[in-house]
Design a protein around this ligand. Structure first.
Ligand code: ZN
Length: 124
């Protein structure tokens, strides 16, 4: 994905404007730029990579390379909720493991979360 960047902020914040048989029109609520996404003549669907590039904001992840941008776009609270969801999921995945294994896992998780935060420079 090669994000198409916005003039007003880093990412466009796209809003649906109109739908036509052969295209869909959207506008950025930040810079006001309009985009026309053509539909596939056979399937009638928009499935080109350009669409994803313009909508890069929607595909930010709360971890990895886009973590910092995710926090800027959606806020610390959204970030913390998403991390909590990920941890809850991880906790469910290990319910069958022994207590000893769980202890080791929690230790690893702590290290991993710390590294995650440090490597993204968020808590520095
Ligand atoms: Zn924009």
């Amino acid at each position: 994905m090669k994000p198409v960047f916005c003039r007003e902020a880093k990412y466009h914040n796209m809003m649906f404007l109109a739908e036509y048989p052969d295209a869909q029109v959207e506008v950025c609520t930040r810079c006001g730029e309009k985009y026309v996404f053509n539909k596939d003549k056979k399937t009638g669907r928009i499935d080109n990579s350009y669409y994803y590039d313009v909508h890069a904001r929607d595909y930010l992840q709360p971890f990895g390379d886009t973590m910092g941008d995710y926090i800027k776009e959606y806020g610390v609270e959204a970030y913390e909720n998403s991390i909590k969801q990920r941890d809850d999921h991880a906790d469910k995945m290990i319910t069958r493991s022994t207590r000893k294994e769980r202890k080791g896992y929690l230790k690893e998780k702590k290290k991993w979360l710390l590294n995650d935060k440090l490597s993204n420079g968020f808590y520095t």
